[in-house]
Design a protein around this ligand. Structure first.
Ligand code: IFM
Length: 460
């Protein structure tokens, strides 16, 4: 067990938004219930060998039936916001066409419950669970999916918009592109390598069209949650630097440049289908109200070669890829094996401000967290403490950060890892679905209490 970190945390702005995150597929369960349609992840998990422990998300944490209990936990934690996702296939079982009133009704009740608890609802419209009917027709490789996504955004905004003032269109389109369509580690399990790039463009187009649909419903407070992290070259050699630049392009610039600058990094647009210039104009035409960053770890990257590793965290990197991912030494590791490097969060945020200047809207850290086992999760406390101090250093350096969401409220279905990785502040007993707050939950509750101005009874 590690020594408890020093307290208290430095003081954050009084209106700083504190929250916890989850996603529909990872927690809801109730897959076949109340008219929910199948999603790409239901089909993917049913294929033998896809999920490490052979599990699926058909029950998950049972949140669909326990949402009131989970909202009570969020209230007790003392955060001001809850980031969840809406399952597209619960609202539109075929991805388009007939709306499933029962599915939409679930999110209506969830939002009501949050509002009654004084917790701001922050829905994400797409967190990886593409309706299976659309996936079978090509999913995000098809331009049509972007238009269906905007129609779905309109349906959700019409129902929830009176109580929601913070929206997230997409979660981590980079992972959907790279892991889902490029390397086949995630649904839909395609290994198209650079042939996956249209999926990136169509998600961005879907984002742009959804922003139009949301604004037409009077919504503001619109953002996106992109995964980013500093990329470091394995050495000073030109080859390693070139490989690291390329990886940086894939992870950091492929999605941020179109959104914030209205253009793709050099050489990308030529590889994309459709009227790319017009699409880019649309993608960047309505500036984001805020930019969400999911941060977990930096990446050390070198040139490929006969002695370079050919896999990263169990994901086979094909030899055609112009980079190899190396292990970062000298830092503690999470149960997932991810290096714990809080300073890299400061570096990431300051580098974004340097790269995008005035084009960068206020930033919200929409995910940050770690997997560890056990209820007395002192390592998670140290992780959160270190990252919140790193975040505060970015604020002190002048980066306009407005909020921070822990991934995750509770243990959940960690995609291809099944239930083997536990990211929650709350432990889930997968036999009984009992919820037990971990030591980190109690630590964060106390830390947030200390953030409140003296005499204030409200949330920060
Ligand atoms: O669980 C995921 C989440 O769905 C997206 N961001 C990273 C998390 C941890 O891997």
């Amino acid at each position: 067990m590690t020594t408890p970190p020093p307290r208290p945390l430095p003081r954050f702005p009084a209106d700083f938004l504190w929250g916890v995150s989850t996603s529909a597929h990872q927690i809801e369960g109730a897959v076949g219930e109340d008219g929910r349609g199948m999603s790409s992840w239901d089909a993917f998990a049913a294929e033998p060998g896809r999920i490490r422990d052979g599990s699926d998300a058909s029950v998950a944490t049972g949140h669909y039936h326990r949402y009131a209990q989970d909202v009570a936990l969020i209230k007790d934690l003392g955060v001001g916001a809850y980031r969840f996702s809406v399952a597209w296939s619960r609202v539109l079982p075929e991805g388009a066409g007939a709306v499933n009133g029962a599915g939409l009704g679930f999110y209506d009740r969830l939002v009501d419950e949050l509002c009654a608890a004084g917790v701001r609802p922050v829905p994400t419209l797409f967190h990886w669970d593409t309706p299976l009917a659309l996936e079978k027709a090509g999913g995000w490789l098809e331009r049509d999916t972007a238009h269906r996504f905007a129609e779905y955004a309109d349906v959700v905004a019409a129902r929830l918009g009176d109580r929601v003032d913070r929206w997230i269109t997409l979660n981590e389109p980079a992972e959907v592109t790279l892991l889902g369509y490029g390397l086949g580690q995630h649904a839909p399990g395609r290994r198209l390598l650079f042939g996956a790039l249209p999926a990136a463009h169509h998600q961005l187009l879907g984002h742009g069209l959804a922003v139009q649909a949301l604004r037409a419903r009077g919504a503001d407070g619109i953002g996106i949650a992109n995964s980013h992290g500093p990329v470091r070259p394995a050495s000073d050699s030109d080859e390693d630097r070139g490989a690291a630049d390329f990886y940086d392009l894939l992870l950091n610039r492929l999605f941020a440049d179109p959104l914030l600058l209205g253009r793709y990094p050099d050489g990308i647009a030529e590889m994309l289908p459709g009227p790319v210039a017009d699409d880019l104009a649309l993608i960047a035409s309505r500036p984001l109200d805020w930019y969400g960053i999911n941060y977990y770890q930096p990446t050390l990257v070198g040139a490929p070669g006969p002695d370079a590793p050919t896999d990263f965290a169990g994901i086979a990197i094909p030899p055609e890829m112009p980079f190899s991912v190396r292990e970062i030494e000298g830092h503690p590791r999470t149960a997932f094996g991810w290096p714990v490097v809080p300073d890299a969060l400061t570096e990431l945020l300051t580098s974004f401000r340097e790269r995008y200047g005035d084009r960068l809207p206020p930033v919200v850290v929409t995910e940050n967290g770690c997997s560890y086992d056990g209820l007395d999760d002192q390592e998670r406390i140290a992780f959160l403490d270190g990252h919140l101090r790193a975040l505060h250093r970015a604020l002190a350096a002048g980066v306009d950060v407005r909020g921070y969401f822990v991934w995750s409220l509770m243990d959940n279905f960690e995609w291809a890892e099944g239930y083997t990785q536990r990211f929650g502040l709350v432990h889930i007993d997968y036999e009984t679905l009992a919820r037990t707050p971990k030591a980190s939950f109690h630590w964060l509750r106390e830390a947030l209490r200390e953030q409140r101005p003296p005499g204030s009874s409200g949330r920060p």
